[in-house]
Design a protein around this ligand. Structure first.
Ligand SMILES: N[C@@H](CCC(=O)N[C@@H](CS)C(=O)NCC(=O)O)C(=O)O
Length: 425
């Protein structure tokens, strides 16, 4: 009789068990009708795993949760299974790499990925921590694999299956070739593993991601989806099906839903006395000026600028010495601009990422409605406190010239080349 695995068919934690099953000649079938966020919240499911996470394996002796435990259980169903090694020291090493793959690789991949997907708050220093901890783990793995084809012994073991499934999430979603080329033995190992026939049956053709996804807004906590009602007794057995490899990317995170929008309160900035400066006109002028930027856009800006109704601010990132990875620095600035979306009606901004070598400096200029930085922006956009803010004194020609240079992406800026310039408009 087949064992029943509750998980969606793209769940990389379920892949561990399905690959072990292929190697061990054990029948494991996925629940056909499984719907993430619904099926795993039913009272029936919570009885099997009180935390409501997948995968869960239903066995004749009761359910098992935690993907590594499930994979071990399935491996043990076959006597003398070589996936489990053949000596005490092998058992120890296999367990060692399973823990390493879970705690040093998987945990850091998830710490990097979840905030990017908007499933956790995106904090640039936390992203840097996750990446550097992941690199440390990959470096250690790379060192081991420089003189070993497999993690333990001379054939595939449970350690390789768990490690490869965890790396799979990284290779398919975050770790570009540019990132992994630093770890050539890990690359060789990963591609060798995913092309073993028993892996291929489950994973299908694996493709390395070509880019790190852009940071998305953190979603607000949502109401759980309506859980499916507990099934009445004697209901026909749930549909199960044999796993077929999916082209889709592995599901590595929990589901969240959008909240219904709440009615908006009036913004206090809408109550300010009218200004002669029309922000949209300035944004249009900025966007449409392709030549003679100084003479047209910059001059136009100062002609329009209303120091009563608006204020200009320089910002300077407080932790520039941490900007050691170019794309992380660019993501950080990109995330800041995304989070400023709430201020689009009231602000214009320029952000420069400066330098040709790390650490990169991040500096910017912002135009805000009102004579101070609007309180709702300080309250709602946590990036604000990562910068030092200085109000521009427009009676000082040097400061005005700095404003001009920031608006026009002047290069070199303060003697250094630009890595990137981003505009919020
Ligand atoms: N340590 C667990 C992790 C399980 C886990 O995080 N599962 C995710 C999907 S990959 C989940 O079910 N999330 C749903 C939730 O958090 O409610 C394992 O290896 O099985």
């Amino acid at each position: 009789m087949a064992l029943v695995l509750h998980a969606s068919k793209t769940n990389k934690n379920a892949f561990k068990t399905l690959i072990v099953a292929e190697y061990s000649g054990v029948k494991v079938e996925l629940v056909e009708s499984f719907e993430m966020g619904v099926s795993n919240k039913t009272p029936e499911f919570l009885k099997m795993n009180p935390i409501g996470k997948v995968p869960v394996l239903e066995t004749p002796d009761g359910p098992i949760f935690e993907s590594n435990a499930i994979a071990r259980y399935v491996a043990r169903l076959k006597d003398d299974n070589l996936l489990y090694g053949s000596s005490l020291i092998d058992y120890g090493h296999i367990e060692q790499w399973i823990d390493f793959a879970s705690l040093e690789i998987d945990a850091n991949i998830l710490n990097w990925l979840r905030p990017i997907l908007g499933l956790r708050v995106y904090l640039p220093p936390a992203e840097e921590d996750a990446i550097s901890a992941l690199k440390r783990a990959l470096d250690a793995l790379n060192f081991h694999l420089a003189s070993n084809t497999f993690l333990v012994g001379h054939s595939v073991t449970l350690a390789d299956i768990v490690t490869t499934c965890n790396l799979y999430a990284g290779f398919t979603r975050l770790m570009t070739k540019n990132f992994t080329r630093e770890f050539p033995h890990v690359e060789r190992y990963f591609w060798t593993m995913v092309n073993q026939p028993n892996f291929r049956k489950i994973l299908g053709e694996v493709k390395q991601t070509e880019s790190v996804p852009p940071v998305q807004f953190a979603k607000k906590p949502s109401q759980p989806k309506e859980p499916a009602k507990a099934k009445p007794k004697n209901e026909p057995k749930k549909e199960v099906k044999k796993h077929e490899p999916e082209k889709a990317k592995a599901e590595v995170t929990e589901e969240e839903e959008e909240e219904a929008p709440k009615p908006k309160a009036k913004n206090p900035l809408d109550l300010l006395p009218p200004s002669k400066m029309i922000l949209d006109e300035w944004k249009r002028l900025y966007s449409n000026t392709k030549t003679n930027f100084r003479e047209v856009a910059i001059k136009g800006f100062w002609d329009m600028y209303d120091p009563e109704g608006y204020s200009l601010w320089f910002c300077d990132y407080k932790y520039n010495d941490e900007n050691t990875v170019s794309f992380v620095t660019l993501n950080k600035v990109g995330g800041f601009l995304q989070r400023m979306d709430l201020a689009r009606k009231y602000a214009f901004g320029k952000m420069l990422v400066i330098g040709s070598e790390p650490p990169f400096k991040v500096k910017g200029l912002w135009l805000f409605r009102g004579s101070e930085i609007p309180q709702f922006i300080i309250d709602e956009c946590y990036d604000m406190e990562l910068y030092d803010w200085k109000k521009v004194d427009i009676s000082d020609e040097a400061q005005k010239e700095r404003v001009n240079q920031l608006i026009e992406d002047c290069e070199p800026f303060e003697g250094e080349p630009l890595l990137d310039a981003k505009c919020f408009k």
